[in-house]
Design a protein around this ligand. Sequence first.
Ligand code: HEM
Length: 407
Amino acid sequence: MTEQHPADDRFVLDPATGDLHGDNRRLREAGPLVPVTAEGVPAWAATQYATLLTVLTHPSLSREIRHWAARDELPPGTAIDRIVTDTSMLNAEGEDHRRLRTAVAGAFTARRLEGLRPKIEALTGRLIDRLAEMPPDQPVDMRKEFAYPLPREVISELIGIPQAHQEELHELSDAVAQVGGSLDDTPELRKALHELLGQIIDERQDTPGEDLITDLFRLRERDGGRLSTEELFATIELLFIAGHVTTVNLITNAIGALLNVPGQLDLLRSGKCPFSAAVEETLRWDSPIAYFPMRYAVRDLEIDGVHLRAGEPVLACFASAGRDPGQYGTAAHVFDLSKPPASHLSFGHGPHFCLGAPLARLEGEIALSALFAAFPDIAPAARPEDLAPLDTLLGNSYRSMPVFLGP
Ligand code: HEM
């Protein structure tokens, strides 16, 4: 039982090592709940599948920041700071959480998503037509030219971002999400994103449409303004960021796995395995989210023999859980489509289970099946060991995914 964990005993989570899965293996071997520092913040890391499952559903672990004893010491401007301090559903519990989640859940039902399918297919088709015009013997970065624009267009459509603002908004969100970037100037970028979203939301109020911003305004009228302006903002901002970069990482990581792990693409092309299974195996094997902050102990408690004191924070290690031999056996580190897809925690579990999971799955499946059908000779243009990982705490993917599209 661990009562004390002096700072020098802690693992430092450093995305700059460029070896997330190696770091995760060392964390899992250190135990199910490991004292770490992330961006200078001390926390417990839930490293193994079973423990992460407990953490995600534990009634005495809350996402409400008021339960965090050291919340005033949180360094401003860090990725953790941006995630845990907003007033979105992610940081709410109980009745408030239900109210905020229900406000937008209608947009993610199976029926609404089936309605989106033709749009996603058409967008994918346009991106593929553009790829087909590129010189077949030059490397093309699939993250930039394919994985990145598709979810961006889809989430913009769903939220109701007018065409005129899309380019500016996307440049900002890209920088905020630190796709391949550093954390340096994000407070300013975040402010600029917030202001631009504010302008878009204001404009949308006067020109209602079939979109989420309009839905939220209507809800506000119905519920007598219970949904505060800050909450409305936080919801749109959360959906815009959560709905974008995570899915970019999923599509990028899937392309990398399918092109680099021998025999896997053949299983898909021969129809022995559906593309939906490739999406699930990618989510497990190379989770788009590496680490995700935070849950706080509302009282002293014990999980898997480790004592947590009231007020201590716990970080979820999604990529680590996906390769836990305790859950997936000794071949946990192997990307393998010959077996039925294993369940995973990469969309979370319990009350905060990812609201956009059905949308991300739909986008992944459409994108991958269309890409590999359109380019039968597609091949990697870099060795897996030469791909540069993102140096971010939250995201797990590559800065670029160069391929030859073939004749
Ligand atoms: C929550 C992962 C795509 C919206 C979550 C959580 C995870 C996750 C792990 C739970 C966090 C926790 O409990 O600590 C992912 C992954 C995605 C993805 C891996 C893509 C592959 C999306 C999309 C949207 C979205 C496309 C929306 C369009 C949300 C929202 C929540 C959430 C709103 C908060 C739910 C709540 O607090 O009740 N996501 N996500 N996500 N995700 Fe996703």
